[in-house]
Write a protein that binds this ligand. Structure first.
Ligand SMILES: Cc1cc2nc3c(=O)[nH]c(=O)nc-3n(C[C@H](O)[C@H](O)[C@H](O)COP(=O)(O)OP(=O)(O)OC[C@H]3O[C@@H](n4cnc5c(N)ncnc54)[C@H](O)[C@@H]3O)c2cc1C
Length: 340
């Protein structure tokens, strides 16, 4: 056995349930699960998987993926949630792939960096936000970026590569990363002036960020944890932006975090002119149930796991919506959720 496969075995967990890694709380047992905490560990896992002839699927918080009920044995599943680093320099902040997007908003409040409030309660990690160009109303992740660092899964031996934001082909929920087998390891964000808290306090913040990133993907717990940051910030003397309260009202009012789900299942078709959720409403499909999966009674573009749903239950509802929308409105809505 050579060094790579030996290190691979040390970094790899065998026979791990994928369900706790997804906000759907759905997923069978993965034969191989890797959770690299550094770029070096990621490269080792990728080189080892090549030598062992394993395919690779990668993810972050699992808030926009549907894992299979029966994952293939010859597949390595890679969670990037443990890779949590922040590095400040003049006008620039390096953020690694596993940093939860919500933390950008919290860091903004604690350091005075402007323009990151919109990530408050936006589920998921930076790596996926960059991949998906995650957005909340008018703001999207690409608007914060200067340059993205990635590893090519086909050529991990090349090490870390980089690409400027202007080359990333960003558009609504689109990026160059969706066309290439590249794992994002982090990005430089352009920032204005900032003030860092005292070193001891900062170390504590980083420790908590790491812990919260690897916490479970259970949505009601996620909501409760980040909601509780408002009184904590206020008690520490920070001014919490009104935007945070507005997000709680908006997402809380739409019951985003009440049930296991992946947020919006379909992208909106802007050529058609109406959000997909509205079309599902018009078709009277809200509340439709299959197995333990249900189209949300509150939001036509959400499919929930009401307890014990399988991936095939969710897929059944996805197909149903696609068929009905196609029959009535003449186009097949494109899934936003990534079906792994
Ligand atoms: C309740 C709820 C509300 C939501 N609201 C919004 C919203 O307002 N706006 C919005 O845009 N999204 C929303 N989402 C979806 C989700 O927040 C985003 O898609 C987010 O970017 C997913 O992050 P993740 O870490 O969970 O990604 P995952 O679900 O783990 O992965 C999603 C995709 O990203 C890829 N990926 C993950 N990490 C990397 C990486 N390091 N490098 C390359 N590719 C990677 C995966 O391969 C996969 O294809 C919501 C989800 C939920 C559950």
């Amino acid at each position: 056995m050579n060094v790579n496969t030996l290190q691979f075995d040390q970094l790899c967990q065998l026979n791990a349930s994928l369900a706790p890694y997804s906000t759907y709380e759905i997923g069978g047992t993965a034969r191989h699960l890797g959770q690299p905490a550094t770029t070096a560990e990621l490269v080792t896992l990728l080189e080892g998987s090549k030598q062992k002839g394993l395919g690779v699927k990668w993810f972050g918080m699992g808030s926009n993926v549907l894992f299979p009920d029966q994952p293939q044995d010859d597949m390595l599943f890679l969670s990037l949630k443990r890779h949590v680093e922040l590095e400040f320099s003049t006008n620039r902040l390096f953020v690694s792939a596993g940093v939860p997007m919500t933390w950008l908003a919290l860091i903004g409040v604690m350091t005075g960096i402007q323009g990151m409030d919109f990530t408050y309660l936006l589920p998921g990690t930076m790596g996926a936000g960059i991949y998906m160009n995650a957005k909340y109303f008018k703001h999207d992740i690409s608007g914060l970026l200067e340059r993205v660092y990635y590893i090519d899964v086909m050529h991990p031996e090349k090490g870390m590569q980089q690409i400027g934001v202007e080359q990333c082909q960003y558009a609504y929920k689109q990026s160059i990363f969706q066309q290439n087998p590249w794992i994002i390891v982090g990005a430089d964000l352009h920032i204005g002036e900032y003030t860092l808290p005292e070193q001891e306090q900062w170390d504590e913040i980083m420790r908590e960020m790491r812990e919260s990133s690897i916490a479970s993907s259970i949505l009601p717990e996620y909501f409760a944890y980040y909601k509780n940051w408002i009184p904590r910030l206020e008690a520490a003397g920070y001014r919490v932006p009104q935007a945070f309260h507005d997000v709680i009202d908006d997402r809380g009012g739409k019951h985003h975090f009440d049930h296991a789900c992946c947020g919006s299942v379909f992208k909106n078709n802007y050529d058609f002119g109406q959000p997909t959720g509205k079309l599902v409403d018009e078709l009277g499909l809200r509340g439709t149930q299959h197995g333990q999966a249900r189209i949300s009674p509150h939001h036509g573009n959400f499919i929930q796991n009401t307890g014990g749903a399988t991936a095939s239950d969710v897929l059944h509802l996805i197909n149903l919506v696609q068929e009905k929308v196609d029959a009535r409105f003449g186009f097949v809505p494109e899934p936003e959720v990534v079906i792994l």
